[in-house]
Write a protein that binds this ligand. Structure first.
Ligand SMILES: *Cc1c(COP(=O)(O)O)cnc(C)c1O
Length: 457
């Protein structure tokens, strides 16, 4: 694999279309926050200068993808665009049954509602929020089995996304026949975005085969995970990224996949499996909720863009730029005085708000306080991944996700400067209290209130 050999990261693309971003006054931002109930999900995008809320569906499509939209076949059944997507997805995933869905959680809902039952158990390195919600919606139990190092932001181990294999053995013994599914989330988004090693995937795959339990991937970031196997795991230095991804998928029985991440599309996802009987159930549920199986809730043009994006994200020059950008960002945040989760992953920088704001107890959401402060200071939108998103969470993090191919290094430098100012007055930041809470996924729509004057209200 050719090395870049320069200190400067260059974006391996040039800009063909621009989209202006809003720049507000501090007073306007404060008003926006108050209206939004201190929940950054409730801000209007027009109130956000740098939007790092998510890397989901926010990437920039390539000229090839935009061009392909025009070739989309909008036939209800048997669309040519579906055949294109199916052949790409079968080639990459190696599973015969490929179902397009409108986004990742639709795949999760179909999977959970067809194969789980009340009291059944799913084991995962860590369930993502929508995955857990879909598992629990049918009365099943989602058990997280992260490796212990994942809970220590200072631990620099290369594969903190791994599943704890001893814990897997114990869980398989404890829950027995109730375990209907084992999943590995690549990369482990809810626990710092760390990758999972090939060695761990092989070990989990072997356990599942032995116990006769189906093994699926939550593969939203299959390409970034493959990049880290290539760069961090011995024996894969000379492998093509695509070959690594194919080997990963070959060790499982299927996957859910949000194509809004490494598929680099604005909408789309996949559900895939090698099991014929599960595929029959998936197809029936898909028709009921998403659409005919050859479009699955998407337009033909979306299928074309997904088919191209799924392969573009495996490009080594792109992945090198992306991983280096995240590492540069994490390093800059640390120099700005904000502790980060180590080592940096592929799609986001995770700030350790628990360590930055020890004066705010978990029940007053230190992560949310930091996220609010970053917005107020410079219009930067991030997301809390701590006690607000996951009640009882062991870590109080703020995730700054980098949309794919969207922001430049100057944008990142600006965010680092904003963080520097926030960190200078960190001890003045107040905690927050929930004043309105919905029954599911409360972080999306809760309203909060600051517990002190530190935001300058
Ligand atoms: C985004 C994501 C999902 C859900 O996908 P959507 O397309 O947002 O519905 C599931 N799992 C992981 C790991 C994700 O990052």
């Amino acid at each position: 694999m050719k090395d870049w050999g320069f200190r400067t990261i260059i974006e391996p693309f040039r800009i063909k279309a621009v989209d202006p971003i809003p720049i507000l006054s501090r007073h306007e931002r404060l008003q926006a926050l108050q209206r939004a109930g201190y929940n950054l999900f409730a801000l209007k995008a027009d109130e956000v200068t740098i939007d790092l809320l998510t890397d989901s569906g926010t990437g920039a499509m390539s000229a090839r993808q935009w061009g392909a939209l025009m070739t989309g076949d909008e036939s209800y059944a048997g669309s040519r665009s579906f055949e294109h997507l199916r052949s790409v997805a079968q080639g990459l995933l190696g599973y015969p049954h490929i179902f397009p869905v409108h986004q990742g959680r639709a795949a999760e809902r179909i999977l959970a509602s067809t194969v789980l039952y009340p009291g059944s158990v799913v084991l995962n390195n860590t369930h993502f929020d929508t995955t857990r919600a879909n598992v629990e919606q049918v009365g099943a139990v989602g058990v997280d089995l992260p490796v212990p190092s994942a809970a220590d932001p200072e631990d620099r181990s290369p594969f903190k996304g791994d599943m704890d294999v001893d814990a897997l053995d114990s869980a398989l013994a404890e829950y027995g026949d109730r375990v209907v599914l084992v999943m590995l989330t690549l990369t482990n988004n809810a626990m710092g975005g760390h990758p999972v090693s090939m060695a761990n995937i092989e070990a989990v795959s072997a356990r599942c085969a032995e116990a006769n339990v189906p093994f699926f991937f939550d593969a939203a970031r299959y390409a970034e995970n493959a990049w880290f196997i290539h760069t961090r795991e011995e024996g894969f230095e000379n492998w093509e990224i695509r070959d690594i991804a194919q080997k990963v998928f070959s060790l499982g029985d299927g996957c859910t996949l949000s194509a809004k991440k490494d598929g680099i599309v604005h909408i789309g996802g996949l559900l895939a499996t090698r099991f014929d009987d599960w595929a029959d159930k998936f197809r029936n549920s898909l028709i009921l909720g998403e659409g005919f199986p050859t479009y699955g809730g998407l337009a033909g043009r979306d299928l074309e863009a997904m088919a191209i994006g799924l392969l573009e994200s495996l490009d080594a020059d792109y992945l090198r730029y992306r991983a280096r950008s995240v590492a540069y960002f994490a390093n800059g945040m640390e120099e700005a005085g904000i502790p980060v989760v180590h080592p940096p992953g592929g799609h986001a920088v995770y700030l350790d708000a628990g360590r930055l704001l020890p004066h705010i107890p978990p029940e007053q959401f230190p992560g949310q306080a930091l996220a609010v402060a970053l917005y107020l200071e410079g219009g930067v939108r991030s997301v809390e991944v701590g006690s607000l998103m996951f009640p009882g969470s062991r870590l109080e993090l703020v995730r700054l996700a980098l949309p794919r191919r969207t922001y430049t290094q100057a944008h990142v430098d600006y965010v680092i400067e904003v963080a520097e100012r926030v960190s200078e007055r960190a001890q003045e930041l107040p905690g927050l209290r929930i004043v309105h809470e919905p029954p599911f996924l409360r972080h999306f729509s809760a309203r909060l209130e600051p517990q002190g004057p530190g935001f300058g209200a």
